[in-house]
Design a protein around this ligand. Sequence first.
Ligand code: CTP
Ligand code: MG
Length: 180
Amino acid sequence: MVLEAVATAVWAMLPAYVPNNVAVLAGGGRPIDGGRTWGGKRVLGDGKTWRGTAFGIGVGVALALALDVVAGDVGSALGVDLPGFPIAAALALPAGAMAGDVGASFLKRRTGRERGAAFPGVDQLDFVVGALGLAAIAAWGWFGDVFTPAVVLAVVVLTPMLHVGTNVIAYQLGLKDEPW
Ligand code: CTP
Ligand code: MG
């Protein structure tokens, strides 16, 4: 059923979606690469900071645990059986999302893109690949139960739309320097 797949996809990915937005709000301070360069370019750039990454992961984990508390009530209101988050998944989804975003910045710098440059496709799906990849490694059984082919399809279709939408809003609110 389409509603079930969409609801499960959004629910299961919330702990992976929120860290990026939290990092935008919390970012600043020392960059992860400490200003180091590789081949004449920054390793990651000033847009990947310890503070943004730590707050992003922390809030993502807290959100997963909070969703666990309300999954039963929200699920019965929607008439959908929503998944819970075992601790391995609650950690892996936000950590994987942030790792995917950091990995994308590494690729952006290697391909000559300055901080903030758009990298269509990569910008919208880097954190999905990171989150799903790490969750699959850390919580394989749970991952297989939750991320059926229909749910994965819903994630791949919906995420770019949600990502573009939230970033345009963050840009218009003056929270982000570019609308991507
Ligand atoms: N941010 C952070 N730490 C992260 C991710 C993001 O501090 N791990 C903050 C930074 O202030 C960053 C902002 O969120 O500038 C926007 O994130 P993003 O668009 O991912 O970074 P960019 O500045 O666009 O840099 P890049 O080109 O490397 O993606
Ligand atoms: Mg950016």
